[in-house]
Structures are given as C-alpha cells and as structure tokens.
Design a protein around this ligand. Structure first.
Ligand code: ASP
Ligand code: MG
Length: 308
C-alpha cells in the first residue's frame, strides 16, 4: 500500500468509526425519547402472514415482497410492521419498535443516495392520535437529536457541521408540491428547503385514512429532509373500519389472500396514528454522508454486491 493509500484507508476507517458511534448515540437518544414520552417498546417481528404492501405509493419501487415457506405456512419478510402496529396499538397502547425491514428495491435506486434493501426504522403508533399530534411529537424528537449532535465528537472526526433543527416546520400538500416542482417533487422540493418540511395528503396504501369529510384527501404525512436529502419519515392516521379496509384492498387490486390474516385480526381496530423513520437516513442526514449505505457497517445498497 502506498503512503497515500494508507492515509486514505485510515481516513475511511476513522469516518466509518465516527458514523457508527453517531448511529449508536442516535439510537440511545431515540430510546430515551420514546421511553420518556410513555411508549412501550416492543421487540420486532421479521416474519408475518401479512405485511405492508408498499403500494400504491409513488415513492415506492420494490421488485417484490420477500416470501418464504416454512412447515406448510407462507410467511412474508417485513416490508414494514404497519399492520402489526395497528393490532399492537389496540392491544397495548402507545408503542414503538426498532424494526428491521427488507425492501427489495430496484437496482437503479442504489444511486438515489437514500435507498437500502435492508434497514431499520423507528416505528411508532398512538391510539386515538391525530396527524397534528404526531407531527408535534416528531418535532420534539428532533430537538433531542439537535442536542445530541451539537456536542457529538463524530463531527470533528468527520470535518462537517451538523445541521440545526428548528421546528415547527412548514406543512405543504402534495398538490402544492406537484404544482411547484412537478410530479417527481421529492428531490427538487428537498433541495429548495433549508429546514425539513411536512408533505401531506399522499394517495397511497389502504391503511392510511381518507378524510371522511373530504374524500380524495388523505390524512397522512411525510417528513422531508432539506438540501436534497429527501424523505425522512412516513406516517398517517389509520383506516380502522374493517369494511372500509376491505373495500380499499379491493380498490388497490392487491391479492386479498396476502391480507387474510390481517383482516382476521382487524375486526375491532381502534383509531390510531403513527409513523416510521429510518435510522440510517437520520444518521446520513446529520453526518452529511453522500450515501445512506455509508452509515452501515454491512452495506445493503440496491445493485451493490453485499460485503458480508
Ligand atoms: N412505518 C410507516 C408508517 O407508520 C410505513 C412505512 O414503513 O413506510 O406509516
Ligand atoms: Mg414513505
């Protein structure tokens, strides 16, 4: 190895170590926050008889849901625990989970800087909550992140300044965003903002609630990071009425067998709202990494061979 290569390798190892320490401390902050806000932490499930269909959603681009057969049963690997979260909110109350998700993204997504085919999201659900309450909770969370990163030694090692979080953040409808930035608004809109913003009213999966007083409007929200970093979080008030859920599964033309187990459990759901945010995307944004895979020790980038 030449002297320059050795220096580069050392710098890469130092940056990686700094980012991994940052991920660890962001996890500690996330755990502290949800605990203090009265949430019960559940352990994740990775296999289920039903999982998030991840569609229809203009932001989703998976090739397929991963299935496996085991002792005569068909299971899915979790695209997300959203369906389990509704049951958990009904049975337990305010819950959160550090949830490993597998999403088999198309290879092209490898160059977006923000897609992984295996990642961890902090996923939470609150019985009886409305959208505005969830957005306020998330904004409080980012104040804790702001405190964590302010004094974190990783930034000196990385030679970057962490961003400041100054909520409350603007709430913009996807209709306004499409008018201003075109239908593929996520990236240009993200580049146009200097603070995160909320994008509301997405037409997407059956479990997000349609506004009963305004059909065609959806009670969901994404948090978008600024400076081109894109989506941070997705969430919604949920559809809880079993008949409406059935009708919407039919509307979406998705295979009803894949949701039979969910529908069997979903007869007496309670109104709830929640969201999930990617831990790796959070660490990427605060550490200004060019790719979300840079904060993983074992990279899971679509189209890249995995190291281990
Ligand atoms: N976890 C998200 C939610 O709460 C869904 C997702 O994983 O995309 O809506
Ligand atoms: Mg999303």
């Amino acid at each position: 190895m030449s002297g320059a290569d050795a220096t580069n390798a050392r710098e890469t190892a130092t940056a990686r170590g700094a980012r991994l320490r940052l991920v660890s401390d962001l996890l500690a902050e996330t755990t502290r926050f949800f605990h203090e806000e009265g949430f019960v932490q559940l352990l994740p499930v990775m296999l289920g008889r039903s999982t998030d269909p991840l569609g229809p959603d203009p932001g989703s681009s998976i090739l397929r849901t991963t299935e496996l057969d085991y002792l005569g049963q068909r299971f899915y690997l979790m695209n997300s625990m959203i369906l389990h979260k509704q049951i958990a909110a009904r049975d337990v109350g305010r819950i959160w989970i550090l949830s490993p998700n597998v999403r088999l993204e198309r290879a092209e997504r490898g160059s977006s800087g923000r897609h992984l085919f295996e990642f961890t999201q902090a996923d939470f659900e609150i019985p009886g909550a409305k959208a505005a309450e969830v957005r306020a909770l998330v904004e409080r969370f980012y104040l804790g992140v702001d405190r964590t990163v302010r004094t974190h030694p990783a930034f000196a090692a990385l030679g970057v300044e962490p961003p400041r979080f100054r909520p409350p953040w603007p709430v913009v409808t996807t209709h306004e965003l499409a008018d201003r930035f075109g239908t593929a608004w996520e990236e240009p809109a993200s580049k146009a903002y200097e603070q995160p913003f909320w994008a509301i009213c997405h037409r997407r999966e059956f479990y997000d609630r349609e506004d009963p007083s305004e059909p065609g409007h959806f009670l969901n929200y994404d948090l978008i990071y600024p400076e081109g970093y894109g989506e941070a979080l997705s969430g919604a008030e949920r559809e809880w009425d079993a008949e409406r859920i059935r009708a919407r599964i039919q509307r979406d033309g998705i295979a009803p067998e894949a949701f039979r187990a969910y529908l069997e459990s979903a007869h007496d759901l309670v109104p709830s709202a929640g969201a999930g945010f990617g831990i790796e995307r959070l660490a990427r944004f605060v550490s200004r990494a060019s790719h979300v895979g840079d904060v993983q020790l074992f990279r899971r980038v679509p189209g890249e061979p995995i190291p281990l």
